[in-house]
Design a binder for this molecule. Structure first.
Ligand SMILES: *Cc1c(COP(=O)(O)O)cnc(C)c1O
Length: 356
C-alpha cells in the first residue's frame, strides 16, 4: 500500500485512461481538444481565470520553467522559505543569473512575513525593486501548510510578480490563488495521476513580462504555450494527459469542497492515531497540512520506514535533507486521503513501534 506524499496510489479509472488508443498529439484534433478540456478543468480546480499550461515533465519542470521564463540575469527575486523546496527556488533563481534574496526561517517555524515588508521597503528606498517573489504553499518534506494569502496580496500590491509552488496542496486543500501570478502543480500529488506532468497557471502580467524578454530556452520556456492553436512546442505526453484528464474528472465529480473535507478527515485521523502512539507532530497541529502528516522521530525514520515496508507492505516516506532520518511522513493526498487507508497505515506503524 503506497502512502507516500507523492507519487500516490493511482486509482483504476486513471490507470485505465492510459491504456486507451492514443491520438497523435501533433496531428490529431482530438488531442488538442482533450488538452483544452484539461486546462479548463484545471482552471476550475485552481479557482482562477488565468491561463493554464500543462508541461510534459515532472513537477520540478514547472518550478524551473517559471524561473527560467521570468527571471533575467540581474533581476532581484525575493525567495520566502521555511523548507527545502522554498530554498530550492533561490538556487533556480541564481542558476538563471538572478539575484535571490532569501528570507528564510527555521524549518519548524512559519514564513517570516514581517521581513518581506522590510525587504520591500529597503528595495523601494534604494530603487532596486524585486521582479518576482517565490514561496511554497505546502512544504511537503516537513508536512507544513504555510499561510500565504496576506503576503501574496502585499507583494502584488507592491508590483512584484508572485510565483507559488502548490504542488502538494492543489486539489487537497484550498490554495489562495487570488494574488498569484504563477501557481505550480504536478500530476502525481493530490490529483493521483502518475508522475509526468507539471501544471502552471500564468497571469496576463507574467505573459507580458515573458513576451517582453523572449527567453532563449526551449523546454523551460513558457512562451510557446501561450497559444497552442498552431501546435505544441514538442510532442505532448498523450498517455499522461489522458490520465490527468480522468483524474480531474474524478476530483470534479466528487466536488472540491468534498475533496478538501476528505483530506481534512484523513489528516485528523492520522494525527489522532499518531498521538495515541505517543508520536510528536512536526511542526505542530496548527500548521500541519491536510495532505501529509510528518511525525518527529529523531534518528528512527529510516528504520521505521524499512520495517513498515518489509513487514507490513506499507510504503511511507522519511524526511529529506538534514531531517531525513528524523521525520516519518504519511501521505494522505488524492486517492490516499481515505480514513480507512490511514487506519491501515497507522495499525501497521503501531505494530512496528510495539515490536521495537
Ligand atoms: C513533489 C513536489 C514537487 C515536485 O518534485 P519532486 O521531484 O517530487 O521533488 C515540488 N514541490 C513540492 C512542494 C513537492 O511536494
Amino acid at each position: 500500500m503506497l502512502m507516500t506524499p507523492g507519487p500516490t496510489a493511482v486509482p483504476r479509472r486513471v490507470r485505465e485512461a492510459m491504456s486507451e488508443a492514443m491520438p497523435n498529439p501533433d496531428v490529431e484534433e482530438a488531442f488538442a481538444e482533450r488538452y483544452e478540456d484539461v486546462t479548463r478543468k484545471l482552471a476550475t480546480v485552481y479557482g482562477t481565470d488565468d491561463d493554464l499550461v500543462v508541461l510534459g515533465g515532472e513537477g520540478i519542470l514547472g518550478l524551473e520553467a517559471a524561473v527560467a521564463s521570468i527571471v533575467e540575469p540581474g533581476d532581484r527575486v525575493l525567495c520566502l522559505s521555511n523548507g527545502l523546496y522554498g530554498d530550492g527556488f533561490a538556487d533556480f533563481v541564481e542558476s538563471y543569473g538572478g539575484e535571490a534574496t532569501l528570507v528564510g526561517s527555521e524549518y519548524a517555524d512559519p514564513l517570516d512575513v514581517e521581513r518581506v515588508e522590510e525587504a520591500l521597503d529597503e528595495a523601494d528606498a534604494d530603487g532596486s525593486e524585486f521582479e518576482a517573489a517565490t514561496m511554497v504553499h505546502c512544504e511537503t518534506p516537513t508536512g507544513t501548510l504555510n499561510e500565504i494569502g496576506d503576503v501574496l496580496e502585499l507583494l502584488q500590491d507592491r508590483g512584484v510578480l508572485t510565483i507559488i509552488d502548490a504542488v502538494s496542496s492543489l486539489g487537497g486543500a484550498p490554495v489562495p490563488t487570488a494574488h498569484v501570478d504563477v501557481c505550480l502543480g504536478a500530476s502525481q500529488k493530490c490529483f493521483s495521476a502518475p508522475p509526468g506532468l507539471s501544471t502552471v497557471s500564468v497571469s496576463d502580467a507574467v505573459w507580458d513580462a515573458v513576451e517582453a524578454r523572449d527567453p532563449e530556452t526551449l523546454y523551460t520556456n513558457l512562451l510557446p504555450w501561450r497559444d497552442v492553436s498552431d501546435g505544441f512546442p514538442y510532442t505532448h505526453l498523450s498517455a499522461n494527459v489522458a490520465a490527468l484528464d480522468a483524474a480531474l474528472d474524478l476530483l470534479l465529480e466528487e466536488g472540491l469542497d468534498a475533496a478538501y473535507a476528505r483530506h481534512e478527515a484523513a489528516a485528523e485521523r492520522c494525527r489522532e492515531r499518531g498521538r495515541a502512539l505517543g508520536l510528536v507532530l512536526y511542526p505542530d497541529r496548527e500548521r500541519s497540512s491536510p495532505t501529509v502528516t510528518a511525525f518527529h522521530v529523531p534518528g528512527r525514520a529510516t528504520e521505521l520506514q524499512r520495517r513498515l515496508d518489509e513487514d507490513h507492505d506499507v510504503v511511507v516516506a522519511t524526511g529529506l535533507g538534514e531531517l531525513a532520518d528524523d521525520i516519518l511522513r504519511v501521505g494522505h493526498m488524492g486517492f490516499n486521503a481515505d480514513v480507512e487507508r490511514v487506519e491501515r497505515t497507522m495499525d501497521a506503524l503501531g505494530a512496528v513501534l510495539d515490536a521495537a
